[in-house]
Design a protein around this ligand. Structure first.
Ligand code: UDX
Length: 437
């Protein structure tokens, strides 16, 4: 199959290289010349474990190439995936679809032969209909089908998620056998590996993506509220999570209490779903509440640090370990660390941060934050040390060394990566999330 990926961002790049690895001929297209130049020279613009090797081997085998030239990339394609950004629109929280529609217009004039156009970007219900309308209006003679095929890739585990998906969701018209055949062929290796293919209508498929992300965001928010309650009643949220998660109807995943969810998907997608539901006069109140609780939580975590430091951080030094929204990524988008640090700075603290991969991106976003080269430099002379993101390298900190360099041995662990007794053994005051102190 000849596959074109429009947009060499996170989703486009991971999907493109995995399709190439399945044996298809893939062209990844992006308007950003510097990004395409970098990719052509073997430099990967994002941090994702395993991506560099997979790109290199597929480029070498001739199955994967990069271009900024849409005309050559689109002609002769069997399937064209639109994987451009759909950020929150400034002001109203709706998904901004201008990049999706611009891509549709540009594709339309260059189509040759039957082509399946697939929206992989996360788009609100009805976007596929509009993409179809735009293409038909721009090129009335085009022979094409518009299909929805949302992605469910977690950053940091994206290649694994792509190659071993829980399911593949494909939305198309019931009677569109040609599009169905192309999509089945594109995913053939997974299909042969028994990955469930869920065929449904285009609108349903678009909604599945939002419903899935909103449900997961709700699950995290639920356990975060349970954690707050645990702190009040002297119970342990990790045992609550295990105790309820072993019930197959609930499931144990996404029940880690923490500083609130962040990232490029949950915050923006929950908000977009809330807006769509309001537009259709069918509000999703559980999701509305989830959004509000999660927003408040990030500041509350800043206040938790202040309380652990004795109630006042004015003129004191706070060291923050982990700035990205989760480990194994350099992505800072909507990271809880941004709000936690801001809250501490607003209270007069001098904050020093360290992150294994996220510091370059953090520098662009976080004013007044100083950066250290490792956890111990960050902790030097600090009154309190805070773990915001659970990178593996923070799981085995040298407590003796920390205690020697810190002004006061106080640890706030917002990801529960330590056991209270082991931290206490080293003479640290310790606060975590939803566990008996
Ligand atoms: C998510 C979805 O998982 C993926 O299917 C979708 O396509 C894109 O959005 P991602 O944003 O990469 O993926 O990260 P994910 O691992 O889902 O974590 C999201 C946020 O929730 C992170 O801030 C993480 O720290 C937080 N989280 C996750 C928790 O606080 N507790 C949990 O139990 C799980």
């Amino acid at each position: 199959m000849k596959v074109t990926m429009i947009g060499a961002g996170y989703v486009g790049l991971v999907s493109g290289v995995c399709f190439a690895d399945f044996g298809h001929d893939v062209v990844c297209l992006d308007k950003d010349e510097s990004k395409i130049d970098a990719l052509m020279q073997g430099r990967i613009p994002i941090f994702e474990p395993g991506l560099d090797h997979l790109v290199a081997s597929n480029v070498q085998s001739g199955r994967l190439s990069f271009t900024t030239d849409l005309v050559s990339a689109v002609a002769d394609s069997d399937a064209i995936f639109i994987a451009v950004g759909t950020p929150s629109r400034r002001g109203d929280g709706h998904a901004d679809l201008s990049y999706v529609y611009a891509a549709a217009r540009e594709i339309a004039v260059n189509l040759k032969g039957f082509t399946v156009i697939v929206t992989k970007s996360t788009v609100p219900v009805g976007t596929g209909d509009e993409v179809e309308r735009i293409i038909r209006e721009t090129n009335p003679d085009a022979d094409f089908a518009v299909v929805s095929n949302p992605e469910f890739l977690r950053e940091g585990a994206a290649i694994e998620d792509f190659k071993r998906p829980d399911r593949i969701v494909i939305g198309l018209a019931d009677d569109d056998a040609r599009a169905r055949d192309v999509m089945t062929e594109v995913y053939r290796p997974l299909y042969l590996n028994q990955a469930p293919l869920v065929f449904t209508s285009r609108r349903t498929s678009e909604l599945i993506k939002y419903a899935g992300n909103a449900f997961l965001a709700m699950k995290i928010t639920f356990i975060n509220e349970m954690a707050d309650l645990c702190e009040k009643v002297d119970a342990n949220v990790q045992d609550v999570a295990r105790g309820i998660g072993l019930d197959g109807r609930i499931g144990g995943k996404f029940l880690h209490a923490g500083p609130g969810y962040g990232g490029s998907c949950f915050p923006k997608d929950t908000l977009a779903l809330v807006k769509t539901a309001q537009d259709f006069d069918s509000p999703v109140r559980l999701v509305e509440t989830t959004v509000a609780i999660n927003d408040n939580r990030k500041r509350a975590m800043g206040r938790k640090v202040i309380a652990a430091a004795g109630g006042d951080v004015r003129g004191r030094k706070v060291a923050v370990l982990g700035l990205t929204f989760k480990p194994n990524t350099d992505d800072m988008r909507d990271s809880p660390a941004i709000t936690v640090v801001q809250t501490l700075q607003d209270a007069g603290a001098h904050v020093v941060g360290y992150d294994p991969e996220g510091m370059e991106n953090a520098k662009k976003l976080m004013d007044g934050l100083d950066f250290a080269k490792d956890p111990y430099e960050a902790a030097a002379e600090a009154d309190v040390l805070v773990i915001v993101t659970e990178w593996n390298e923070f799981r085995a900190l040298d407590f003796r060394r920390l205690k020697a360099v810190m002004k006061a041995p106080v640890l706030v662990d917002l990801r529960n990566i330590y056991r209270p007794d082991e931290v206490a053994k080293h003479g640290f005051a310790y606060a975590s999330v939803g566990r008996p102190q």
